[in-house]
Design a protein around this ligand. Structure first.
Ligand code: URA
Length: 207
């Protein structure tokens, strides 16, 4: 049988766990095997009263070491895009669908590996808990993995980014992942950054 989660049978009498409680519990998470090779659980960061939650895929190499989401190269691009869109990152709760870094070792380098459906599912209770604790106005997925978690397996970021779905009093949407801006020829990167900034501006208007 599945382990009981903190979020089984939520009711008006059982208030959502606080972010601090969730962070402590997630630090000891062994719901899938990813904890075995990662340095630590990388929980979300940001204010408990944030109106916007941004959800990435999983921590990268830098995040795994520092224990904070989006502090590496993709995080720096996200910071820039947020500034360009007029959103103060300090007012945003930033997290990931998967809380442990999944990688394959290539010599001394650790190369990002895409999490499997079971690993994403095993981590779902933490993301649900974060959303329940923060109760934001908007939850925006960054990239395909988070978009599928939030908006369903058939959601395609390339075709549907910017669409807004209302569910359980939340507005859910998706845009491209900032790491998409780190790849490809300069023209494509510039276009991807412009798309991300435009989507973030539209997200700011929903808040
Ligand atoms: N990519 C993500 O999806 N999340 C991070 O925290 C860093 C890189």
């Amino acid at each position: 049988m599945d382990e009981p989660s903190l979020f089984d049978e939520p009711s008006a009498d059982s208030p959502a766990a606080s972010l601090a409680e969730l962070r402590d519990a997630a630090a000891a998470c062994t719901n899938c095997d990813l904890y075995r090779h990662a340095t630590q659980t990388v929980f979300g960061a940001g204010p408990q009263d944030a109106r916007l939650i941004l959800v990435g895929e999983q921590p990268g190499d830098r995040e795994d070491i520092e224990g904070e989401p989006f502090v590496g190269p993709a995080g720096r691009l996200l910071d820039q895009a947020l500034v360009d869109a007029g959103i103060d990152r300090d007012l945003v709760y930033v997290t990931n669908a998967v809380k442990h870094f999944k990688f394959t070792a290539r010599g001394k380098r650790r190369i990002h590996a895409t999490p499997k459906v079971e690993e994403i599912r095993a981590c779902r209770l933490w993301l649900d808990g974060e959303i329940a604790a923060v109760r934001p106005t908007v939850v925006a997925a960054l990239g395909a993995t988070a978009a599928k978690v939030l908006l369903g397996p058939s959601f395609r970021v390339s075709k549907q980014r910017g669409e807004v779905v209302e569910r359980d009093g939340l507005r859910l949407t998706a845009t491209i992942h900032p790491s998409a801006i780190l790849r490809g020829p300069q023209e494509e990167r510039d276009a991807a950054l412009a798309d991300l900034v435009n989507d973030l501006r539209a997200i700011a208007a929903l808040l």
